[in-house]
Design a protein around this ligand. Structure first.
Ligand SMILES: [Zn+2]
Length: 705
């Protein structure tokens, strides 16, 4: 009989919680005591209680580790293109997601409000070179106050508050604010020239245990650069350098401590082109590795496959392209648990055979969805240049197509993948109101900024995703690569994206016509399968674009507060949809146990829907019955336990792995949503949920002698 930690009603029912679905759960444990139990005189009224309670979200000022990223419209207007500024802004967001710290998005006008900005721990300026002349002195004064009085850290790149909206330098010493606030001054620039960025202090917390001494972080051929130096006004350190040409070495990454912890990157490329920003953010906020960080998944990477089904609007090709693709997806689902997003065109030219016969296509796409895939819109007629569409055409292509697809396939809030060439920012912003989320143009080092995932600006609540790997079409039909060469490109791109990352997001674009080489263009099935296999073996969770969009929105709305005392970490997670999220314990030690919480492995806590307070003890793992592994994409809706028994609700499909408190329990009884289990070792059992749906409560009743 287990000790009962319940302080509630004693019935085993979940305590009411203010705003979570937990309040709906009422599991009368008395009903699960069976005759068998009674016969053994081992009645187990499993009075198990929630691990944690839901608290009201904290005031911003109470969150000690919250970040803000500032969108500077004035800098955007003076950047290469508005789109590339938006990509930079999103690239920084994805690095914040990797840092596992909560964040807000602000506009430059928010900098006029010291009460607002003083509530953050670190302000990240992806680029803040240009400021309105009418605001510049007030903004600089507020940033100074934020640093001096509130110890706020600043992270930025290149020039900082040096120019005005016309593009001109500020009058007088344009660098005076940079020098005063950050203790950094510009020396000079160079280019076009070959540039290499190297680690120069591998012992700094940004690099320690992750990089090797003098490691090459980035390299550029025939590019432009700037370089800066510390003025000596505040304690500073150069932790990465840039080799310019053959022999010139200058600073690339400077840390400064002046009340807050500040970091300056020589250029926006150095800031965003490698996975260098997230440990910098962690250092600015914590001064060391944070004890625990919040992540959007439980696995090592999030892999979002985007298939543009260009052949879907050619009625005759549905049978020869989209049906065989479905058969292949069934195989890949079995082999790799692979799912993804499939974006369809409808077609609007029946005479030319461009139309959709929903009598055939709707049941077909429902089979795609049944596998766990997503169907979205790839527009109505696949325009190749969305920048020239009129407002009416935008509405037709993106709103009408969405409405029809939703109606015919019985879906709601579907996402969209943009057809044709990469679109301008203004076009993306015109399309956005009509879609649930938008997968847009490719972005990568040398072509915008890599890992552009998040919000295009501080004012939208729709997620934008940029493919960060090459399109299959680009490699095979445009660049005329062989399959072996194309495989190598994808393999290299994947390796680069995951290098020094913290749960990277991979957004991979391909086409329906590829796997079976419909055009005899040189694609092979193996080309695609090789990447899927590689992503799987790396430890990716295959998810849809819509799932990622939901997770990003949820991450942005979530908050965490973390503290550490000795070997105990306390993490408060405020969220309304954290059931796919995890807390990572960034310690050399492993999780021994968590007070009244029973879903974790050695270094990761699996969260349920509404978060809560987790008191995590580090050390040697204690014998506690707990969920050790949850299937990809599944959502842990609720979880209760007492150290020996568990009950939980899961939404999704796959296998839940449970470690039991004792080896070889004298009895194991599984009831509720499923009744069978599989024993894989003396203390490990597997519960299989073959159907992708919401499963009512499952009770795991363990008897240890
Ligand atoms: Zn297309």
């Amino acid at each position: 009989m287990s000790a009962c930690k319940s302080t509630g009603s004693g019935t085993g029912a979940a305590p009411a919680s203010a705003n979570s679905s937990n309040s709906k759960i009422s599991f009368n444990t008395e009903n699960v005591s069976t005759k068998e139990d009674s016969d053994k005189n081992n009645i187990k009224p499993i009075a198990i209680k929630t691990a944690k309670f839901v608290t009201t979200p904290p005031a911003l000022a109470d969150l000690k580790h919250k970040l803000a990223i500032i969108y500077s419209k004035t800098s955007e207007q003076n950047f290469w293109t508005p789109k590339s500024y938006a990509q930079l802004f999103m690239s920084v967001q994805s690095q914040v997601m990797m840092s596992g710290l909560p964040y807000d998005l602000l506009n430059e006008d928010d900098l006029l409000d010291i009460d607002k900005i003083s509530q953050y721990k670190t302000l990240i300026f992806p680029l803040f070179s240009h400021v309105k002349n009418s605001q510049v002195d007030q903004i600089a004064e507020n940033i100074k106050q934020a640093i001096d009085q509130y110890n706020i850290g600043i992270i930025t790149a290149g020039n900082f508050i040096t120019n005005i909206e016309t593009g001109l330098s500020r009058s007088g010493d344009a660098y005076n604010y940079m020098k005063d606030l950050l203790g950094i001054a510009r020396i000079d620039g160079a280019g076009p020239v070959d540039i290499q960025i190297n680690v120069s202090d591998v012992t700094h917390p940004v690099f320690i245990n992750e990089y090797f001494d003098n490691e090459v972080i980035l390299s550029y051929q025939q590019n432009f650069t700037d370089y800066f130096m510390p003025t000596g006004a505040y304690p500073s350190e150069v932790i990465a350098t840039q080799q310019i040409g053959n022999s010139q070495v200058e600073n690339a990454l400077i840390t400064v401590i002046n009340k807050g912890r500040h970091v300056h990157f020589s250029t926006v490329q150095v800031m965003a082109d490698a996975n260098l920003l997230w440990p910098v953010i962690q250092w600015s906020v914590w001064g060391e590795k944070p004890p625990a960080t919040l992540h959007m998944g439980r696995e090592k990477a999030l892999f979002v496959s985007r298939n543009d089904m260009d052949q879907s609007m050619f009625n005759e090709e549905v049978a020869t392209v989209e049906f065989p693709l479905l058969d292949q997806l069934k195989i890949w689902k079995d082999q790799y648990n692979f799912v993804g997003s499939y974006y369809i065109n409808i077609g609007d030219n029946a005479v030319e055979g461009e139309f959709t016969d929903w009598g055939i296509s709707a049941p077909l796409y429902k089979q795609y969805i049944a596998l766990g895939n997503e169907i979205g819109s790839h527009s109505y007629t696949h325009p190749h240049n969305t920048d020239i569409l009129t407002a009416t055409q935008v509405q037709f292509e993106f709103s009408d197509s969405r409405n029809i697809i939703e109606e015919e396939i019985e879906l709601s809030d579907i996402g969209t993948a943009i057809p044709g060439n990469p679109e301008k920012l203004v076009t993306a912003l015109k399309i956005l109101p009509y879609v649930d989320y938008l997968s847009g143009g490719y972005a990568a080092k040398g072509a915008g900024f890599p890992n552009s995932f998040g919000f295009l600006n501080a004012d939208t609540d729709k997620v934008y995703l940029s493919p960060n790997m090459s399109f299959d079409f680009t490699l095979i039909q445009f660049q005329k690569k062989t399959v072996e060469q194309a495989k190598q490109v994808w393999s290299n791109e994947f390796d680069t994206l995951v290098k020094h990352a913290s749960q990277p997001i991979i957004h991979w674009p391909w086409h329906d016509y590829g796997p079976f080489d419909v055009f005899k263009a040189g694609y092979t099935l193996d080309l695609f399968e090789s990447l899927i296999a590689k992503a799987k073996s790396y430890g990716s969770e295959f998810i849809t674009g819509k799932d990622l969009s939901e997770r990003i929105k949820s991450f942005k709305q979530s908050n965490i507060e973390v503290s550490k005392l000795g070997k105990t970490i306390t993490a408060k997670v405020y969220s309304s949809s954290a059931g796919k999220f995890a807390l990572n314990i960034n310690q050399s030690q492993t999780i021994a146990s968590i007070d009244q919480w029973y879903a974790y492995n050695k270094d990761t806590v699996f969260l349920d829907q509404d978060g809560g307070i987790y008191t995590i003890h580090l050390g040697i793992e204690k014998p506690v019955t707990h969920i050790n592994k949850l299937p990809s994409r599944s959502q842990l809706v609720s979880l209760y336990g007492n150290g020996e028994d568990l009950k939980f609700q899961l939404s999704g499909e796959g296998t839940v792995e449970i470690i039991t408190k004792c080896s070889d329990p004298s009895a194991i009884k599984i009831s509720g949503a499923i009744s069978s289990y599989e024993t894989v070792s003396s203390d490990k059992i597997l519960l299989n949920f073959p159907q992708n749906k919401h499963h009512q409560e499952t009770l795991v009743d363990i008897t240890c002698q």
